[in-house]
Ligand binder design. Sequence first.
Ligand code: IPE
Ligand code: IPE
Ligand code: MG
Length: 269
Amino acid sequence: MNAESPDSISMHGKVDGAAEPAAGNDRLPDHVAIIMDGNGRWAQSRGLPRIEGHRRGVDSVRMVSETCTELGIEAVTLYCLSSENWKRPKAELDFLMQLLERYLVEERDLIMKQGLRLKVIGRRDRLPASVLEEMDKTIEVSADNPGTQLVLAIDYGGRDEIAMAARSICSDVQAGRLEMDSIDEETISRRLYTAGLPDVDLMIRTGGEMRVSNFLLWQLSYAELWVTQTCWPDFSREEFNAALESFASRDRRFGGLSGQPVQSTFGET
Ligand code: IPE
Ligand code: IPE
Ligand code: MG
């Protein structure tokens, strides 16, 4: 079997075939985060308007969510719009909002069929009411689904999220609901949009840029990084599989030494 074939990691995350990395369930990421970049360049290199790249990117979203749910990956977070993307021309932003709304309506049946649970992270106050309405509808109908949590980061900024958590902590301290000395990493994690989700294990960026662009700054703390030159509309199941296989072969030390059991920070001695 071709090591890069989409079937090289089976439904349960086990790899069969000697040429492939030893990936069991424990070698699959619990949480994959993806910076879906390069849509504009994909389109422009074909003489098409940038928005065509965004439109074609929906196929890759479908492929990734389907693959994650087949493999039993707990959560996948997709960067759809950053808080900095509002700097773009109005026409592109209008198109992105329309595309998002259409995705939420047209993919609802598939989301249900695949058993995905939709969650959205980021600011709500700058999004059109029609997008929020479709978003909330899909979140509600998919809430009890058993599959992968599909997290869409829309108008999301990592620094903005941390500032929001800081405001919430200060207000609880001020009101006497929280002791300042008790504030620890958990206190912050619990106040982020991603509360309850595992930290990101694998962060993929398409389009070749070697930066995080304000994505999940807190949650990426010990994520393994995987960057490809491939633009998002061309990101294939084979390449996603290659990223998962690379992840499976990484030596994650979390500041410790190779082969040591993973301990929580400042774990008991
Ligand atoms: C990513 O693709 C999608 C969004 C930011 C909405 P880009 O639109 O950034 O594409 P490039 O990076 O300009 O090619
Ligand atoms: C990151 O891509 C945001 C999304 C993919 C939604 P950008 O294209 O906005 O990132 P920069 O500007 O190249 O850092
Ligand atoms: Mg870009």
